[in-house]
Write a protein that binds this ligand. Structure first.
Ligand SMILES: Cc1ncc(C[n+]2csc(CCOP(=O)(O)OP(=O)(O)O)c2C)c(N)n1
Length: 557
């Protein structure tokens, strides 16, 4: 018996009830399984290789919304940002060959940031496999280094099993991306296979012995520091860790581009790593006698500014809490390695302490002072400070800030005060172009919060076509483009290594404000902070997306 398509309707389009018989198309079954896994939002670019999946959405357009992007890179980045913002699996649909290769940048982000993403790729028909068929790629070979798993659906009956597994693997342990490869003919076959219920991902927690040891070491420590980062955080877990740290006067540093893991006005927040770190803080951190890393990976970026992780520095005691045993003992051996998800770990932490030694309080105070010596807090003459202050004044405290990669990211990292999780979305992978797609995901997740996407002129042009997506879905996002007419970060490195010999880093740019207007986004060009205030007044006076191009150093070429 085959499924009857005629007369099936999205409920909003008519009253005909969807007709479901015992048998259905593979593509429809895949959508039904994704609905069973809890998917309500997906990002992608349609392709002829997975038409029956798209057709499956026709019946469910109110249950699962498909956001059609202008480039698969943007779609995969949105899926990754969605995962960071919600803790849920981000879903992305792309076609074979060109679609999959375009999407790979977002997969890399999800892999490096530990974000659960399922990328569905339509594949050539099985009868044509391994013949260099039109747009064919071996996805197992292609994606293995940047995906937790690549699952090829070889039979229509296996769609529920493999789809469900993709979700489970993406979300379990250290989360990450999983690629689900679906050949066109398999998706077009009929099947009576049933949808499976979702499996809750397994979560590990710390043992009592782990906690006893941690608490003993913490009470013995005079100069402890906690580093929070990585994935798997939720508002509740971030708040719980903050209460614990405050009760124990434990100074907390956030990992690169993760400043929102603690209220920046908490008395225990002492700064962030990455472009926002101050030399004063970095020097102070070298004195720590206990380092507690929760969720973060002591990767190269982190170690660069956290001296306790460098091989050449006297090592403090290290406690590392991480959701995957394979991520422990990297770079530096942990003295106490705890395999635990962030949520399960923080739940067990006592948020009361017997009494805090004066030495600990003095240590906390010295770190706070080292952090507060931030030049940008006092230097009114610094142009970035003045722009950021104008923005903060106009927007108020509840803002989700997104960034890509480039020197400009220091502006919202240094000058912004993050009060709650999630309110910052950036990537550890340092992918240019992330800001706008991440902002689109943020606005879809939090329609009532203000969302600001930051980009450099180079960064913005990697994904600026998603302005069309912004307009199509009526998303009220504010975009700030810091235009210095060059790939400033690379120019900076060139000048440091090969002074006076810049190559390939000058950019001749469009008029970004006019470009925005051509998409239907209100665009303004400003040359100084006072002009930005006027532009903000106009943009915020009415709903709708807006873009402000900050022209650095006079009129661009
Ligand atoms: C996709 C991608 N390509 C290249 C790079 C290397 N890269 C890092 S920062 C940067 C320049 C960014 O320029 P821009 O956005 O104008 O910001 P600026 O550094 O000038 O503030 C480049 C090319 C990268 N991180 N990501």
């Amino acid at each position: 018996m085959s499924e009857i398509h005629a007369g099936t309707r999205c409920p909003s389009l008519g009253s005909d009830a969807p007709v479901r018989l015992a048998s259905r198309l593979g593509g429809h079954l895949l959508i039904d399984q994704m609905l069973s896994e809890g998917t309500t939002l997906a990002f992608g670019v349609p392709g002829e290789s997975y038409l029956s999946v798209l057709d499956g959405l026709f019946d469910h357009c109110e249950d699962m919304r498909l956001i059609t992007t202008r480039h698969e890179g943007g779609a995969a980045m949105m899926a990754a940002a969605y995962a960071r913002l919600t803790g849920q699996v981000g879903v992305c649909f792309v076609t074979r060959g060109p679609g999959a290769t375009n999407a790979s940048i977002g997969l890399h982000v999800a892999h490096q940031d530990g974000l659960p993403v399922v990328l569905l790729v339509g594949q050539v028909p099985t009868s044509e496999a391994q013949t260099s068929a039109f747009q064919e790629i071996d996805y197992v070979r292609m994606f293995s280094p940047i995906a937790k798993d690549v699952l090829v659906i070889n039979r229509v009956e296996r769609i529920p099993e493999l789809t469900s597994r993709a979700f489970r693997v993406a979300a379990s342990g250290r989360p990450g991306p999983v690629v689900l490869v679906a050949p066109e003919d398999v998706l077009l076959e009929q099947t009576t296979a049933k949808v499976l219920p979702p499996v809750t991902p397994l979560r590990y927690g710390p043992t009592e012995a782990d906690l006893d040891c941690l608490m003993t070491w913490l009470s013995d420590a005079e100069r402890p520091v906690a580093l929070v980062g990585g994935s798997g955080w939720a508002r509740e877990s971030a708040t719980q860790f903050q209460s614990f740290a405050e009760a124990h006067s434990l100074p907390v540093v956030t990992a690169v581009r993760q400043q929102d893991l603690i209220d920046n006005e908490s008395p225990v927040y002492v700064g962030t790593l990455g472009l926002g770190t101050t030399p004063g803080l970095e020097a102070k951190l070298a004195d720590a006698d206990l380092l507690i890393i929760v969720g973060a990976m002591p990767d190269a970026l982190t170690a660069k500014e956290l001296p306790a992780l460098r091989r050449d520095v006297r090592a403090p005691r290290l406690v590392h809490v991480y959701p995957d045993p394979d991520g422990l003992h990297h770079r530096r051996r942990a003295d106490l390695a705890i395999v635990s998800s962030v949520g399960a770990f923080v739940q067990t932490l006592p948020n009361r302490a017997a009494g805090i030694a004066a030495t600990r309080l003095a240590w906390l105070e010295s770190l706070r002072l080292a952090w507060q010596e931030r030049a940008w807090e006092v230097a009114d003459t610094d142009i970035s400070t003045r722009y950021v202050r104008a923005l903060r004044r106009a927007l108020g405290p509840d803002v989700v800030v997104t960034v890509g990669a480039g020197n400009y990211t220091a502006w919202p990292q240094r000058g912004w005060v993050y009060r709650e999780f999630p309110s910052m979305v950036g990537t550890q992978a340092g992918s240019m172009g992330y800001g706008l797609p991440a902002a689109i995901a943020a606005k879809l997740v939090f329609p009532t919060r203000r969302v600001v996407a930051w980009a450099g002129d180079g960064c913005f042009q990697m994904t600026c076509q998603e302005l069309a997506t912004l307009v199509q879905y009526e998303l009220d996002v504010l975009i700030i483009v810091v235009n210095n007419s060059c790939l400033g970060t690379i120019r900076m490195h060139q000048e440091a290594r090969f002074p006076g010999r810049p190559v390939g880093t000058a950019l001749i740019n469009p008029d970004f404000a006019a470009l925005a207007r051509s998409y239907g986004v209100r665009g303004f060009r400003v040359f100084e902070p006072a002009e930005m205030e006027d532009a903000l007044d106009e943009i915020l006076a009415e709903p709708g997306a807006g873009l402000i191009e900050i022209v650095m150093g006079g009129s661009p070429a």
